[in-house]
Design a protein. Structure first.
Length: 428
């Protein structure tokens, strides 16, 4: 479990340096359109359709450590190709599209690895410690990612494009391979090999009523999140005029705050269950985050964005571990990898569709603003309001999901209220 935290640090640096402001900035430097921006955030979710393939390999051969390491390593080499994209001699107009395709291919390996890794770690971490462990792990690797973001932000602002983005992506691939090499030393619990037909493997999760309810929540959640998520960084860069260093500081504040919030939420989840934690987190992600983004633009006060970083840590500190743990809780231990694969598949398709419609929606909303400079702002506001409403109502889909010994959300809030009131903060 300690080794997985170290490995997670390398993995987080790789993820941070091949996504977010790095990949968006790289695309903008190559002349990308809003459609490219929407697609690059959504194709990793489309890549999750490969998860069933990874699940079949894991069930047939049982060597999850070897399978995860092989898939992860192949995925890192795809990013080496992405780093050298301007040197491939392609027409300039094709470079953004090819980069999106490379992100898709890299995402296929990433999603396949994640499916196997999730089932593997579900057997490594004891049930009674799962909430606090993954809360701690998420917080620690978030701090590592913070340092990586600050370094990358300073580098990107000081070195010309696209060389700056190419260098960061190449370094990410190298560090990613180092992290994968730690799999060789990782504990691997014995797992029974299954020779079930793929159709039987993947029909079982759909026949499970409770897991099917959790799938419905996952589909809804990923779709509404990806309606707005692809354009948060472009909004920071193009509308608010933030630099890469300022964005890195925003991410640093979110990650450093997240170290505390993920640990606390993990302990709460161990006591009251994951449903209530997830319900509160999704509501905050819908109200507090888009609200502060819009407020910063309306008032012209960029510093408000840093308040959103704190809300980001509180909301996603609850959502990340709770959603992960609820997937494990609603899936039986026997054949768990196929359940995780189905969840990855259906939520991946939903997230991809959300990202696909986000670009056209933004262009459509921008037409409501009249003047070009005004329409750009109004378009972002309407897009963020739409995703905010969708996120804030996601708790409705959680109500029918059953979790053993889980508290109701209202009971958890009642238990929190006395301590909150003693802190001097207004409860309402």
């Amino acid at each position: 479990m300690r080794l997985s935290v170290v490995e997670g640090g390398f993995a987080q640096v790789f993820l941070n340096w091949t996504s977010g402001s790095v990949i968006v900035g790289y695309l903008l430097a190559l002349g990308a359109t809003p459609t490219h921006i929407g697609l690059v955030a959504s194709v990793p979710f489309l890549a999750q359709v490969s998860s069933p393939f990874a699940a079949v390999l894991a069930e047939r051969f049982g060597r999850r450590r070897l399978i995860a390491a092989t898939l992860a390593t192949l995925g890192k080499f795809v990013w080496v190709l992405a780093a050298f994209l301007p040197q491939l001699g392609l027409p300039d107009v094709l470079e953004p599209t090819v980069l999106v395709l490379l992100v898709l291919v890299g995402g296929v390996f990433q999603a396949s690895t994640g499916t196997v890794w999730t089932a593997w770690m579900g057997d490594v971490v004891p049930d009674k410690l799962r909430g606090r462990y993954f809360g701690l792990r998420t917080g620690v690797v978030g701090v590592v990612g913070t340092a990586a973001n600050l370094a990358a932000g300073a580098f990107l602002d000081r070195v010309g494009a696209p060389l700056n983005f190419q260098t960061v992506i190449l370094a990410a691939a190298v560090l990613g391979v180092i992290g994968v090499s730690l799999y060789a030393f990782h504990h691997h619990p014995p797992v029974a090999v299954s020779h079930r037909r793929p159709r039987d493997m993947f029909s079982a999760p759909l026949r499970d009523q409770n897991f099917r309810r959790f799938l419905q929540f996952g589909v809804y959640w990923h779709f509404v999140v990806l309606i707005g998520a692809p354009f948060v960084i472009p909004y920071f860069l193009e509308v608010l005029g933030m630099t890469f260093t300022q964005i890195a500081l925003w991410m640093a504040l979110a990650a450093s705050t997240g170290l505390a919030t993920t640990i606390l939420w993990g302990r709460v989840a161990d006591r009251v269950g994951n449903k209530a934690v997830l319900a509160v987190g999704t509501f905050l992600a819908g109200v507090a985050l888009p609200g502060t983004w819009i407020l910063a633009g309306v008032t012209g006060q960029v510093w408000i964005i840093y308040i959103s970083a704190v809300f980001d840590a509180i909301a996603w500190g609850a959502i990340g571990p709770a959603n992960f743990n609820l997937a494990l809780v609603t899936a039986p231990q026997q054949g768990r990898v196929s359940f995780i694969a189905v969840y990855s598949l259906v939520t991946g398709v939903a997230g991809f569709l959300g990202g696909v419609v986000s670009g056209p929606l933004l262009v459509w909303f921008q037409g409501f603003g009249g003047a070009a400079e005004t329409g750009n702002w109004v378009g972002y506001y309407l897009l963020f309001a739409l995703t905010g409403i969708g996120r804030a109502t996601a708790w409705v889909w959680l109500r029918r999901v059953k979790e053993t010994r889980a508290w109701r959300t209202r009971d958890m809030l009642k238990a929190i209220r006395p301590g909150w009131s003693r802190s001097g903060m207004p409860w309402r």
